[in-house]
Write a protein that binds this ligand. Sequence first.
Ligand SMILES: *Cc1c(COP(=O)(O)O)cnc(C)c1O
Length: 397
Amino acid sequence: MTAALTGLAAALPASWPASLAPDRLEVIDVPTPYLVTDLDAVARRLDRFTAALPGVRAFYAMKCNPAPEILHTLRAGGASFEVASLGELRVLERLGADPAEVLYSNPVKPPAHIAAAYAAGLWRFSFDSPNELHKIAGHAPGSAVYLRLHVDDSASSFPLSRKFGAEPHEARELFTLARRLGLRPYGLTFHVGSQCATTAAWRRAIGLAGRVLAGLLDDGVRLEMLDLGGGFPARYTAGVPPIEDIGTTVRAAIAELLPYRPGLIAAEPGRHLVAEAAVLAAGVIGREVRAGQNWLFLDVGAYQGLMETIQLPSGWDFPVRSSVPGHGLVPELTFTVTGPSCDSSDTMFHGLALPATIDVGDVLYLGSAGAYTLSYASAFNGFPPPAPLFVGRSGGT
Ligand SMILES: *Cc1c(COP(=O)(O)O)cnc(C)c1O
């Protein structure tokens, strides 16, 4: 250790909460791997989202991170929730949330989940096909239904690849069928794709929804909800539009492109609310040279929560720091960074610049790790997922 560098490191990115700075995490006496979330940062994120999108009700997409501490924090801040399954609804019920306040936005649902959610008091279900309408009418008679529209998601990092969404020209026939089945035509929704990096995607989607709303008016159908879905981006290593810019675009589009303003404008932010509020601490368990390349082995891999790093051909970059004194200021080498399992498919980063001296026992800190990490994690090969820790609010350290 170079004494002059002790306590020194390159500045943290603006997205990284000061409460989770590496030198503060180093004094936490918990073995790696762990995922530490600042609940105050989560609360601030929701406040800023609400301020940027006044009049838009946030329904947190809990699949992104269903930790009860986070759900509780968001609920206390005025958010409601979006679920994809009965299992998620049961978690909310245990927390004391009212199912009547929850949106069930998965367009293709198991019949038993529809029936049980309906019995619990949930009354709003999404759909994108005649089949799903028949299912909902059979298992949740009289419920309110909102149509998932297919929109252009090419501006997002994780397009939904046509898995869901009806075409706009199908809307009138679908709502006519809904009425015939005794269901209540309720709303429209879309998803511009996760980590959407252009504000224009929302304007296009709202414009398309506006044309559908106008067509439905001709049939005497006036909807009560427009749900903007998720896709609001978080900061990783590349720039993204600030939520205020998205808010400005959305507000203008709602004012200009809809034939009327539905009573409820909803949104389903996931990643945006929680990603930046957490840091993943991974221990270095091995350093090797393979075919002339430096490899670093961590106690967390794709299967322990870093799944998003292997979902895109181009890879996925988290802001990275380490316990090496002077990180960012000392000489570096590039590493292939892999997980602890006996598979090569858990390799997360290629060509990652790290301090040249990094070795077994050091810790890698990955910022913006609060979304789609723990909710994906398994104990594959016997390596446990990161332990969840919380600071701020109800959390201690
Ligand atoms: C996953 C999902 C979301 C949240 O997406 P983010 O990109 O995390 O904001 C919202 N709504 C639905 C229906 C989803 O499936």
